[in-house]
Design a protein around this ligand. Structure first.
Ligand SMILES: NC(=O)c1ccc[n+]([C@@H]2O[C@H](COP(=O)([O-])OP(=O)(O)OC[C@H]3O[C@@H](n4cnc5c(N)ncnc54)[C@H](OP(=O)(O)O)[C@@H]3O)[C@@H](O)[C@H]2O)c1
Length: 234
């Protein structure tokens, strides 16, 4: 797909991986709508980018948005959705475990309500994460959600043909999702990635390049592209 001149919608497009995807799509000539709950935090908008304030969990708002926008070409969802629970499953707060699935419900809302407005040669990219297929201690909640997201994309790929849907699965990426600062942040990323084949945190741009690849390559659907420094096999 030639991105130039296309209309792209990026949920979670105002921070981290989604923001990098928004910037790259805009550099390639797309008209982008970047969506999040607090888009006003994005003070400098790249060329051809507008923002919209929507919570992906608000089904009525998502439905109205797509109806108002009409046809479009590219749908990316990198919105984290809600809170993430960490820790061992047997002692985990079950409401926290359940809340982690808000990411899945956000993804299913936008795919369900957006696909009918996606052009036939259009495509969707969702963002999962390495824990989907490699669960480290304490990651059972995000692992379960990531696995569900990947199964969802594989399962729905035949149903939406000729439209395509793919997953990009990041490893540990240095984004505003982590609240740590300074040395604590450096130490966290160093420790968390020390066993990886490429022992460092990835950048949002490195993941966004995977998203762009999935958008441009018209011979892939229902697949997962790992951008993880070799984490999954280390
Ligand atoms: N960073 C990593 O190490 C890593 C690793 C594996 C997978 N991932 C996945 O990659 C994706 C992007 O993560 P990131 O690190 O780039 O996070 P981030 O920098 O925190 O960005 C998340 C984006 O999602 C938006 N968002 C969150 N909840 C939303 C909601 N309910 N409705 C609408 N927008 C919402 C946020 O904006 P508002 O707060 O304004 O709503 C923000 O724009 C996520 O799915 C995450 O699970 C990240």
């Amino acid at each position: 797909m030639n991105i130039n001149g296309k209309k792209a919608i990026v949920f979670g497009g105002t921070s981290g991986i989604g923001l990098s995807a928004t910037q790259m799509l805009s550099e390639k000539g797309a008209h982008v709508i970047a969506i999040s709950r607090n888009p006003e935090k994005l003070t400098q908008l790249p060329k051809n980018v507008t923002t919209k304030k929507i919570n992906v969990l608000d089904r009525d708002a998502v439905e109205k948005f797509f109806q108002d926008e009409g046809e479009f070409d590219i749908l990316v969802n990198a919105a984290t959705g809600g809170k993430r629970a960490v820790g061992p499953f047997l002692s985990m707060d079950l409401d926290g475990y359940k809340a982690s699935f808000d990411k899945l419900w956000g993804y299913t809302n936008v795919v369900r309500l957006g696909t009918k407005f996606l052009k036939d040669n259009g495509n969707i990219v969702l963002v999962s994460g390495t824990p989907a297929r490699k669960c480290r201690p304490g990651q059972i909640a995000i692992s379960s959600v990531g696995g569900a997201v990947e199964a969802f994309a594989r399962g729905i790929a035949p149903e939406i043909l000729p439209k395509r849907i793919n997953i990009v699965s990041p490893g540990i990426i240095d984004t505003p999702m982590s609240p740590l600062e300074g040395t604590a942040r450096e130490e966290y990323y160093k420790k968390a990635t020390s066993d990886n084949l490429i022992p460092r945190a990835g950048t949002p741009d490195e993941v966004a390049k995977g998203i762009i690849f999935a958008i441009e390559n018209e011979f892939i659907t229902g697949t997962t592209i790992d951008v993880d420094g070799g984490c999954i096999i280390s």
